[in-house]
Ligand binder design. Structure first.
Ligand SMILES: [Zn+2]
Length: 191
């Protein structure tokens, strides 16, 4: 009887969990193969769940509003990061387009190259576009939050993580004033 009560209590608790479990199903990830990624030159495993999420904007390339335009932006960023910066791969773990789709970068289990001080302890998410004076569309913001919820659900991001903008760990304007002001109101934002 006691065991049954516990099971019932747990079932009720699970049932009343916040929307993040259902939002996880709304994340549509465009794989590396789907956007035409090059193979990485090397990889370092990321220890998960990570305690931090770092938000970026691309600045350039600008916003992309279709899967084909975002795939082009991803290839452009990857080429720049590998050819010009000499990195092993595109720097971000994930990117999000104004089409509301998530684009796989290094993914959940490979250390990124996006914020040197915290690469080994964070997931770096880039909202493709320049968000200094304009805001990403709601679908892009929602997709980003859903991706973070997915990371918590699948054990890659700590539930008590810190969410920060790139400018808080590196001298940069990234992720742009407008986007930075938006993420200040998000759960887990750490001043
Ligand atoms: Zn950045």
């Amino acid at each position: 009887m006691f065991k049954l009560a516990i099971v019932l209590a747990l079932a009720c608790f699970a049932h009343s969990l916040p929307t993040q479990e259902s939002e996880t199903r709304n994340v549509q990830i465009i794989t590396r193969a789907q956007w035409g990624a090059r193979a990485p030159n090397s990889r370092t495993t990321l220890a998960t769940p990570v305690p931090e999420v770092i938000i970026h904007h691309s600045f350039s390339p600008g916003a992309c509003w279709s899967q084909s335009a975002c795939a082009t932006a991803m290839r452009s960023m990857q080429n720049h990061h590998m050819n010009t910066n000499g990195w092993a791969d595109i720097g971000y773990n994930f990117a999000v387009g104004s089409d509301g789709l998530v684009y796989e970068g290094r993914g959940w289990t490979t250390q990124g190259a996006h914020a040197p001080a915290v690469n080994s302890r964070s997931i770096g998410i880039c909202l493709i576009g320049n968000w200094s004076t304009t805001s990403p569309p709601a679908v892009q913001l929602t997709a980003t939050q859903n991706l973070i919820n997915m990371g918590m659900s699948n054990g890659r991001i700590q539930r008590a993580h810190w969410l920060r903008g790139h400018r808080q760990v590196t001298a940069t304007d990234c992720p742009g004033n407008t986007l930075f002001n938006t993420i200040r109101s998000w759960p887990n934002f750490r001043a």
